[in-house]
Design a protein around this ligand. Sequence first.
Ligand SMILES: [Zn+2]
Length: 141
Amino acid sequence: MAADAPSSELGVGRPTKRRPGSAVGGLPVADSRPVLDGDAVLGLRCTVCRYPVAQTGIPWCPSCYGPLEPARFDTGGTAFSSTVARIPVGTRKAPFALAYLDLDDGPRVLVHLAEPEVVPLGARLRITGMDEGDLLAEVAS
Ligand SMILES: [Zn+2]
């Protein structure tokens, strides 16, 4: 390897742009973000310990390694935390808000908020749709 080789030949200095689901080294990459199906978040629940997971396509319970079954989780819950990003990230323009939402009957999920404002901890939120492949939530009225 020549010491004066351009950094692009060395594979450094340029971030790799990759979209979820695109291939890396010829292998497909699963998009692990939760999916909204009508009025429910799709996921899995352990048949042994009842641990909820807001993903599909994982082979066993991340808590006890037990078998999983398909589950649908209600879209309402309480805010565990939230923040406002004041820098652009990917295709997102600043400011935008994110929150961790503890679904009433399911797991904790990361959501984008409709308004770029921090919500109080424990605020009632409801997932209302998808935005660029991410769950979108707003304060429940
Ligand atoms: Zn389990």
